[in-house]
Design a protein around this ligand. Structure first.
Ligand SMILES: [Zn+2]
Ligand SMILES: [Zn+2]
Length: 321
């Protein structure tokens, strides 16, 4: 295999890289690393370099960029982040069916050592085999549908002594490939959307600079409810099409919305606007025909903040304010 210039580096005493390996029968590449954190034995794991179906590819980047990426992974994988990681993943899965077999496998792979880190799991002697016999296809689902980073490698297991397949869940931010569900928004369209909304966050009506990284283009209809995926976003979309599909949020308000939507999917109770128990259509209970019925979201403040506020003010006027 090709030799990469980011292999076998000591980036700092805490961060070392070794060799790149390929997952068998897959194009995916992972870089073996050793990460040291305070009061914890070194983590001997790996990080993704190429995940074809998730759209991650670091193979063409200059060395400095990969080094930067390795450092970011080092920070993400800090065991002190394990609480946050687990809380976020609990929330993520709480919106999904309990019968999802991928979840059972996720729980096994997400199992922690006493140092709050994940470890290589042997398919023969850990619960990955007892959870289901179709580990390979479910790992694919965890990667491609849910966006987890999971490395797979064959080596001699220290526990059962056999030469077996091992899997490692790498706790860096999830990434779902564009080909899967969500179409990326072309840069030119992204620029147009932000311009159309005058760089103004729909939640606090705060205006940002054109180059601000804080503004996020949000799909009004939350992706957690998508079943068939979205229609592609063309640069030729009209202003009306843009306004009906998207709104502009900040990183912070977008995160807030995601939490409301995950909770709504789980409980059927729609989000409120900072405690204001009013809906421009319907009430606090989500009433769609099925999980992915967009009509169930109409009237919820988080579905369309600008529209909700306009209607809220209109209602106030009508009752004499
Ligand atoms: Zn093992
Ligand atoms: Zn084993």
């Amino acid at each position: 295999m090709k030799k990469f210039d980011f292999e076998d580096l000591e980036i700092c005493p805490e961060i070392k890289t070794f060799k790149v390996f390929q997952v068998s029968k897959m194009p995916d590449l992972f870089l073996e690393v050793e990460f040291k954190y305070p009061k914890t034995p070194a983590w001997k794991g790996c990080i993704p370099i190429l995940e074809k179906y998730q759209g991650l590819d670091k193979t063409q980047l200059p060395k400095e960029d990969v080094v930067e990426y390795v450092k970011n992974c080092y920070n993400d994988l800090d065991p002190r982040n394990s609480k946050t990681w687990n809380a976020d993943e609990d929330l993520y899965w709480s919106g999904r069916s309990k019968a999802d077999m991928a979840k059972l496998l996720f729980d096994v792979l997400n199992g922690e050592t006493q140092y709050h880190q994940t470890n290589w799991m042997c398919r023969q002697c850990t619960d990955t085999s007892s959870v289901n016999s179709q580990a390979a296809s479910r790992i694919r689902a965890l990667k491609q549908t849910h966006g987890y980073h999971i490395a797979t490698k064959d080596f001699k297991c220290e526990v059962c002594g056999k030469y077996t397949t091992h899997d490692l869940l790498i706790r860096i931010p999830k990434l779902v490939g564009n080909s899967n569900k969500r179409f990326s928004i072309p840069t030119s369209l992204m620029r147009r959307i932000k311009e159309l909304f005058e760089y103004t966050d729909a939640c606090f009506n705060e205006k940002y600079g054109a180059g601000s990284k804080n503004l996020v283009v949000d799909h009004k209809f939350p992706s957690t409810r998508w079943v068939v995926g979205e229609n592609p976003n063309f640069a030729s979309m009209t202003d009306d099409e843009i306004k009906s599909k998207f709104q502009l949020l900040t990183q912070q308000t977008n995160l807030q919305k995601e939490r409301y939507c995950a909770k709504c999917l789980q409980t059927g109770k729609r989000g409120d606007f900072f405690g204001i128990d009013w809906y421009s259509e319907g009430d606090c209970s989500w009433k769609g025909d099925n999980k992915s019925d967009e009509k169930g979201c109409v009237g919820c403040p988080w579905y369309d903040l600008a529209d909700w506020k306009e209607k809220f003010n209109k209602m106030l006027k009508e009752i004499g304010y």
